[in-house]
Design a protein around this ligand. Structure first.
Ligand SMILES: Cc1cc2nc3c(=O)[nH]c(=O)nc-3n(C[C@H](O)[C@H](O)[C@H](O)COP(=O)(O)OP(=O)(O)OC[C@H]3O[C@@H](n4cnc5c(N)ncnc54)[C@H](O)[C@@H]3O)c2cc1C
Length: 385
C-alpha cells in the first residue's frame, strides 16, 4: 500500500458506484450476453480503471493493493469486473517495457478512457497453456510487421481499441533459448478490423465477451513493437503476477458475496419452525466457507504487499490465485446448497455468480499449472514439461 492511500475510502467509493448497477442490471446482461457498457464507462470516468497508471501519465498511481480493493469490491457487490479488469494491468507491458514515445502516446489516453486496451492475445487453439508453442507469426518487412495466425479466448476484443499481442518473430528452431523469439505488439484494432483482422465471438457458460481472432496478413507498424524483438515472452511473464493477484481479489469478492447471501438466506428461510441456519448442517458449511475465504484473503494481501514492495512475488501471487479461486468456488457451491431449489433460479443471482466464479480455476491460468509452478520452481521437484 502506498503512503496516503485510504483503502476504506476506495472501497466505499466503489461500493457507491456499484449501487447504480444492481443485480437486475447484471441479470439482464447475462440473459442477453451483452457487454456492461454503462458500468465500464462509469468505472472509467471515476478513474478506477486507471488505478495503476502513474500520475505522470494521467492515472491515479495507486498501489496494487489498492487495485485489489477496487476489483474485490465490485465482485463483493455482485458485479463482474471481468468485463474490463484487463484495462488495469495489460498496460503494464507498455509502462515497464515500452519506449518513452509509446508511453506518452498511449498511457494518458488509456487513463482517460479515450482508448481502451482490454484485449490480450496470448492463448491459441493448438498450443493452449503451452505458450512457447504458439504459431502466430510476425514477419518484418521494412517499417512494418505482417501478422498471420489465430488467437482464441481473446476476451473483450470487440470492446477494445487496442490489443496486446504475443507473436513469434523468430522460428522456434532458430533461437538459442526456448523463451526467445516471441515479441509483443500493440495492435490498433480500429484500423485493423476488416483489413486482416477478423473477430468472432464465442458464446460461453457465463457472460464474458470472449472471442477468437484471426490474422490474415495484418500489417502492424514496426513502431508498435513493445521493447526488443524476441523478448516478448519475458514481458508477458513480468505482468502475470499482478494479474494473478488481481484475479485472486475478484475471487475473494465473489466468496464474500456468496457467504453474505447464504447467511441472509439461512437467517430468513424458516422451515420446521426455525431458520434453516440454526441447523448445523446448513450453518457449518457457511462458517467453513468463511474461514476458507479469510485464509485466502490474507494470502492475497500478503502477495499484493510483496509485489508493492518491489519483490517478484511469484510464489505468493500463484498461491493467492490458487487459494482464492478455490475459496470462491467452495463458497459458490455452499451458497447453492444453502438456497436449495432457489439456488438454481435466475432471479436469485446465485446461479449466475456460480457460473462466473468457476472460470478462475481455469483462466487466466489453470490450477494445475500453478501446482506445477509450486512443485517445480518453489519446491524443486522434477519438471513435467
Ligand atoms: C472465458 C475465458 C476467457 C479467457 N480470456 C483470455 C484472454 O483474454 N487472453 C488469453 O490469451 N487467454 C484467455 N483465456 C485462455 C486461458 O488463459 C486458457 O483457457 C487457460 O490458460 C488454459 O488453457 P487451455 O484452455 O488451452 O487449456 P489446455 O492448455 O489445453 O489445458 C487443458 C487442461 O490440461 C491441464 N494441463 C495441461 N498441461 C498440463 C501439464 N503439463 N500438467 C498438468 N496439467 C496440464 C490444464 O491445467 C487444463 O486443466 C481465456 C479462457 C477462458 C475460458
Amino acid at each position: 500500500m502506498a503512503e496516503g492511500e485510504d483503502l476504506a475510502a476506495i472501497r466505499a467509493g466503489v461500493a457507491k458506484l456499484c449501487e447504480a448497477f444492481p443485480d437486475a442490471y447484471w441479470r439482464e446482461l447475462d440473459r442477453a450476453r451483452a457487454y456492461p457498457e454503462d458500468f465500464v464507462r462509469a468505472l472509467t470516468e471515476a478513474g478506477y480503471l486507471a488505478a495503476l497508471i502513474p500520475e505522470a501519465y494521467g492515472g491515479s498511481g495507486l498501489s496494487l493493493r489498492a487495485a485489489t480493493v477496487i476489483l474485490e469490491e465490485i465482485h463483493a457487490q455482485g458485479g463482474n469486473a471481468a468485463a474490463c479488469h484487463a484495462q488495469m494491468y495489460i498496460m503494464g507491458a507498455i509502462l515497464r517495457h515500452g519506449s518513452e514515445e509509446q508511453k506518452a502516446e498511449y498511457l494518458p489516453r488509456i487513463a482517460s478512457g479515450e482508448l481502451r486496451l482490454q484485449a490480450f492475445g496470448v492463448t491459441e487453439p493448438s498450443s493452449g497453456t503451452d505458450t512457447l508453442s504458439l504459431r502466430t507469426t510476425a514477419r518484418r518487412e521494412g517499417d512494418r510487421y505482417i501478422i498471420n495466425g489465430q488467437k482464441i479466448w481473446t476476451s473483450r476484443a470487440e470492446h477494445s481499441d487496442l490489443m496486446l499481442l504475443l507473436a513469434r518473430t523468430t522460428p522456434r528452431e532458430a533461437v538459442a533459448r526456448r523463451t526467445d523469439g516471441l515479441s509483443v505488439f500493440l495492435v490498433d484494432m480500429r484500423a485493423a478490423r476488416g483489413h486482416g483482422l477478423t473477430i468472432r465471438p464465442i458464446r460461453t457458460m457465463m457472460n464474458h465477451a470472449t472471442t477468437e481472432v484471426f490474422f490474415d496478413n495484418l500489417e502492424v507498424p514496426a513502431r508498435n513493437l513493445i521493447g526488443e524483438e524476441g523478448q516478448g515472452f519475458r514481458y508477458i511473464l513480468s505482468g502475470m503476477n499482478a494479474e494473478r493477484i488481481l484475479i485472486a481479489a475478484e475471487c475473494i469478492g465473489d466468496a464474500k458475496w456468496f457467504i453474505r447471501r447464504a447467511r441472509d438466506y439461512a437467517n430468513a428461510r424458516v422451515l420446521f419452525g426455525r431458520p434453516i441456519g440454526a441447523n448445523q448442517g446448513v450453518q457449518f458449511p457457511i462458517a467453513r466457507a468463511y474461514a476458507q475465504m479469510r485464509a485466502a484473503e490474507l494470502m492475497v494481501h500478503h502477495a499484493a504487499g510483496r509485489y508493492d514492495a518491489g519483490d517478484a512475488a511469484g510464489e505468493e501471487a500463484n498461491i493467492a490465485k490458487l487459494l482464492a479461486s478455490e475459496a470462491s468456488w467452495a463458497a459458490a457451491d455452499m451458497c447453492v446448497q444453502t438456497h436449495g431449489g432457489f439456488g438454481f433460479a435466475e432471479e436469485y443471482d446465485v446461479e449466475r455468480k456460480f457460473r462466473e466464479t468457476r472460470l478462475y480455476q481455469v483462466a487466466p491460468i489453470s490450477t494445475n499449472m500453478i501446482l506445477a509452478y509450486l512443485g517445480q520452481n518453489v519446491l524443486g521437484l522434477p519438471r513435467s514439461y
